[in-house]
Write a protein that binds this ligand. Structure first.
Ligand code: PRE
Length: 289
């Protein structure tokens, strides 16, 4: 399907995309670039990329598909840096977790190549960062949300749908604003809560001792608090309005639970937990993968 992938950002997601493309036989050659030369070298040693490029611009030379897998706040400067190296027909995608800012960055930074840009968000990941953890099967069975811009060409959107589908993902297309509202609720807020929760426990005088006693419940609830600080800082800031809206909704729910506990309202508390428990149980099939 492609001759050469230009990969900007050889971390967990970028590396997994490169491996997935290779394993599906969709690309002959992968040229990678990461800001840190040691990361680029590590990606080469691991066989995730064939060749390391000394700059983002050089990584896209000769590529017919380019993927940006960098923290979202670096999107615009990265697009500006590679703009003059992009081929006329090169499919260009990002994999960022926020889309309103990425769409705007694309429209600002790309000029006549804006038609080739199809913003993408694979809803897949791990709490650990880095190319060492990259996996070719990371996107199998996962949703990938495409948020084409007003300039994205239909033919490039089709190619984007095809490439993600061929590596096993379930592709959806929606507007950036709907994406950001939904992901604030189901991804960004849970991360914010996990960070705040870890901080609140760890900072108490006996916190370190209590943490030694933590079991599977704590493990499941806090897993994502180990996320990459730069990546998550950028996401929470980029989608701040929706994140704060969700955070407010959460506070209201928390205050209501607190009031029931304080009042010893067993019926109200039991009913509230029952509603939450049923809503979570109803989700299970979606999490079987
Ligand atoms: O599995 C994890 O550790 C993740 O955080 C993955 C997760 C999420 O589900 O929230 C996080 C960010 C990405 O934008 C998509 C998926």
């Amino acid at each position: 399907m492609f001759q050469q992938l230009g990969l900007i950002g050889c971390g967990l997601i970028g590396g997994s995309f490169a491996l997935a493309l290779r394993q599906a036989g969709l690309v002959r050659q992968v040229v990678g670039y990461s800001k840190s030369p040691s990361t680029t070298e590590r990606a080469r040693q691991l066989g995730v990329i064939d060749t390391g490029a000394p700059s983002a611009l050089q990584a896209v030379a000769g590529a017919d598909i380019v993927v940006l897998a960098v923290p979202v706040a670096a999107t615009e400067s990265t697009l500006s840096a590679i703009r003059h190296g992009l081929g006329e027909q090169t499919l260009l995608m990002d994999v960022g977790s926020t889309k309103g800012d990425v769409v705007q960055a694309g429209l600002r930074a790309l000029q006549h190549q804006a038609g080739n840009f199809v913003p993408a968000h694979p809803i897949a990941g791990k709490e650990v960062a880095g190319v060492e953890h990259a996996e070719g099967a990371l996107f199998v069975g996962r949703h990938v949300i495409l948020t084409p811009t007003e300039r994205s060409r239909a033919e490039q959107v089709q190619r984007a749908i095809e490439v993600w589908s061929r590596i096993g993902a379930r592709v959806l297309t929606m507007g950036a604003a709907s994406h950001d509202a939904a992901l604030a609720a189901v991804s960004h807020l849970p991360h914010l809560l996990a960070f705040a929760f870890m901080q609140s426990v760890a900072q108490q005088p006996d916190g370190a001792r209590w943490l030694e006693l933590a079991g599977p419940g704590f493990r499941d609830f806090s897993r994502i608090a180990a996320g990459d600080p730069t990546v998550w800082r950028d996401i929470l800031l980029a989608n701040r309005e929706e994140v704060l809206r969700q955070s407010q909704a959460f506070r209201e729910a928390l205050v209501s639970f607190e009031a029931q506990i304080a009042a010893g309202d067993a019926t109200g508390l039991g009913d509230a937990i029952g509603r939450a428990s049923r809503a979570r149980a109803a989700l299970k099939p979606a999490f079987s993968h």
